[in-house]
Structures are given as structure tokens and as C-alpha cells.
Design a protein around this ligand. Sequence first.
Ligand SMILES: Nc1ncnc2c1ncn2[C@@H]1O[C@H](COP(=O)(O)OP(=O)(O)OP(=O)(O)O)[C@@H](O)[C@H]1O
Length: 564
Amino acid sequence: MSTLNKVADVVPELLIGAAVDVVVRGSDSFIGDVLGVESRYAQLGWLAAINVVVWIIESASEYAAGVLWRGLAQGIEHDLRVEAYDHAQHLDLGWHETRPQGTTLATLNDDVNQLERLLDVGFPAILQTVLNVVLVGAVFAVASWQLTLYAFLPIPLIVIGSLVFQRRLEPLYDDVRERVADLSGALSANLSGIATIKSFTAEDRERDRIAGFSIAYRQANLTAIRSSAAFVPLVRMAILAGFTCTLLLGGWQTLDGDLELGLYSVLVFMTQRLLWPLTDVAEVLDLYQRGRASTVRILALLAVPVAVPAGTARLDKPVGGRVELRGVRAGYADGPDVLHGIDMVIPAGETHAIVGSTGAGKSSLLRLVLRFDDPRSGEVLLDGTDVRELDWDSLRGSVGYVAQDIYLFSGSIADNIAYGRPDASQADIEAAAEAAAIADFVASLPEGYGTWVGERGVTLSGGQRQRIALARALLRDPALLVLDEATSAVDNETEAAIQSSLRRAGERCTTLVVAHRLSTVRHPHRIWVLDAGRVIEAGTHDELVAQRGSYAALWAVQTGEATA
Ligand SMILES: Nc1ncnc2c1ncn2[C@@H]1O[C@H](COP(=O)(O)OP(=O)(O)OP(=O)(O)O)[C@@H](O)[C@H]1O
């Protein structure tokens, strides 16, 4: 459509030449010969009719090309956005944790959107400019080789200029994209921490900090724009040279009788046609550089390898839920080990607790069981198979997990509880809520299970959120229930209710609990005491109290039998 449009766009100029030719040469005119029409009035009539048809074709093809290019741009953007998002969500948790969320968001959103103008304005402009040069060049070549030379004089200059400018613009637009990512990162971090900002009345300070990022972005953009805008006058000077040559030398040739008047007028118009669109080259170059800087970022995201790839082995159903850690050593990024050779067996169907001081490595250990990270050495087994060999459905599909930091989705309470089993019936949802001791609270809400919960569940208290997350985990009827401080925010009475439901739930599944409050874990089959990444004691509550070791001391402090 763009090609048809360009051809139709060039034809009226030829028609002008033909019209001048009719007036000057009468019945000998080019159009008179082609159509076999003698009358000049009739010849002009024919030209007018052809012109109308050409304009209709031009307008229709322009519309179609516009719609198609935009459709293509939107399609590419959509594919890229979804592919990049999908890749990002398969990247390991460690990658996400070491990178500001806003930076990833900037790539998935801003960088992808940045491609729109390159795709729907830049690409058609490139195609049309090349076509223009070819078509107009053909007319020139037929008319006079000297004039072709003059008219095309600016083109190599413009090409060389583009290459030079391109090299200059590249780092400038890379800088712009980096500044956008910084700004986006700061904005998203601040909005997540809005309560903290308010509580420390840091609004003014934060506004200034965001303004700093915004100024850096504006500055980077201005620097790039200043360089890119300088290219347009340069192109114009080159065009002026070509145009002047055609006007002057073509005019002299016509005066000398070496060039037909009709052809001369066509060539003067054509020089305009040929050269003025070349000023677009500057804009296209700008769009290209912006698009390139964004594409580099998107491709860099797509090129990040998945550090924790899924295995292919499947577990036989029903999954028992036996967990075993053998000589597990683990740590984060290049940091020191946070777990030093952990050996642990949690037989299927048992409830085990992990306790220990803060920073002892309890959460890190749970992350290995869910395979958010892989150990540096040793192995983690589920039902006797190394978790690295299992596919996600066998591993994470068998686990119900309640994290320390609860995330609820924007949606109804029922949607949130059924997140892991979207096809669950209302009765299943209510049973899970009952087991998590949240059913009475939900029933007391005017809209019950249909109550809308805001993003991150901000409309609920900490304890309510925890219980909904617990219901969500229980609804999956998991073979292995993993609870990381899952009841830390509920009162003692509610906790006792949850404990008894969990005991009932625990009859069906293996349970691994991390808790600070030791009363939470009084009834497990075994308690593992972790200190600085090592298991220092293990046994039942009674055995550990009798041992009079760290657990006994901690228990004494928490039950008020001793002071710290
Ligand atoms: N994502 C992470 N990146 C780098 N280091 C981490 C990360 N998470 C935890 N650590 C480090 O690993 C060590 C163990 O942390 P972990 O969260 O496993 O302890 P924990 O026993 O669960 O503590 P708490 O009871 O306070 O939750 C700590 O020294 C911590 O600084």
C-alpha cells in the first residue's frame, strides 16, 4: 500500500508536465500522441480525469497503509510486551530481588511503547523515501543524466551525515532510556513505600529526589534532541545545493533549447519531490535511535538466562510430600554461604518446625524447598527426587506456600482464596476459609466472599491477610504445606484456632513451619533449631526442653520462666 501510495503521489507531478506540454506543443504533445486525441481541450480533460483517479488511489492507499502499519506496530509491540513479560516472570526470584521493580517495568512498558513511532512512522517513511528516490531518479534519468547528477548530489552528503549523526546520537539515547528506568524505578519504589514516606513526613524530600531523577531525564532528552535537531538544517543546506543546480542549469538548458519546457517544469517539481522528503531522514534517524535504545534494553531482558530452569521429571500422584536436604550449602549472588551443610529429613505426613534467631537462614531454607533458588552444593529432594529434576507442576504444584510477605491480588476475597485453583467451588473456598479461621470475618462483611480486596490486600489487616493467604494455600490441598511466619500477625486466640485446623489439615499433608513464636510450633513431630546457617539442635519439643540447650533457653524466655 505504501508503494502504491508513493507511485500515486509522484504521478500528479508528471501530469503537470504533461499539461504544460499540451499547452506548449498542442496536438504534438506527449499525451496527444499516447491517447490519439487532437483537441487540446480534450487532452486537458483526459489529464484532469486521470488526475482524479490517481488522487483517489493515493488517498485510499494512504488510509490503508496507515491502518496496516499501525496494526503491524501494535501487533509487534503486543508480541514483544507479552514475550518479555513472560520471560521476566520465568526468571529466578534472585534476579527480580536484585533489580529495582520499576526498571523492569520501564522495559516492559516504556521501552516497548517507545517502538510505536519507529514502527508506524519511521519504517513507512524509510520505505517511502527509498521509493521516492528510485521513482524520481528514474524520471530524471530518462530526462537528462546531467540533471540527475545535480539533483542527486545531496543524497550521498545526507547519507554520510546520517552515519555521523547516528554515531553521535547512539550513546545519547542510551542515556535517555537509562534515565527513564531510574525515574520509573524511583517512582514505583516510592509508591510502594508511601506509608513510610508519610510517617516520616518525607514528602518534600521525596518530591525533590524524584525531581532530581526527572531533571536528569529531561536533561538527557534535551541533549539528545539538540544533537538530533542539528541534523535538519544540515540536510536542508544539502538540498538547497541540489535544488539550485537543477533550477539554474535546467533553466539554462531549456533556454538553449536542449530541454523541453514541459520536462523542465517536471524536473523542477521533481527536485522538490526528491529532496524535501529527505528532511524526514533526520526525523527517522531520531526515531530509529530512540527505538534502537529501547530495543537493546528489551532484547537484553530477553537474553537474561533462566538461572533456575524447570526439570522434566514428574512425581507419581499422589505426592507424599517427603522432604530431604542432603549437605545443602546455599547463599545469595556472590555473598557468603548463609546455609552451611544442612542435613534434614521430613517424612511424609509429619509436621516439622524450623526455629532460630533472626537471620539464621530459615526463610532461605524454605526458598530452596520451593526452588526459588538452587543450593550451591548438596541436594534438596521431594519424594526422593532432586527438585532440580522436577517440572514445576510436580514441585510447586504439590506445595502450598504462605510467605512472610503476603501478596494478595486486586480482586474479591473468593478470587484470592481460589487463586491456586481457579475452578474451586464456593463450598471448597468456604471450607478453606474455615480452616484458616477467616470464615467468620468474611461472613461479617456486607459483601462476604465478593468483597473487593485492593492491590496487595491493603484493605485488610495484617492478620486477615495472613489468614486469607493460608486459606489460599490450603485450598490447593497440597502434599506439602510450607508456612513462613504464617501466623505472626494474628492474636493468640486466632492462632490457637488456626493451629487446630492446621493439625487437621496436617493429617493429610507434610507441613514445614517457620515461626518465631514457639507456641506456634509446640506440637510438631520434630523441631529443627537453626543458628547462623547450621542445625544446632533437633528433636520434639519435650526432648529439646529436656536438653536445656538453646531451644530450652528460648522457650523459657518466651513463656516468661526466664528473662533474656
Ligand atoms: N534475597 C537475599 N539476598 C541476599 N541475602 C539474603 C537474601 N535473603 C536473605 N539474605 C541473607 O541470608 C541470611 C539468612 O536470611 P533468612 O531470611 O533466611 O533468615 P531467617 O532466619 O528467615 O530470618 P528472619 O527470622 O528474620 O526471617 C541473612 O543474613 C540475610 O541477610
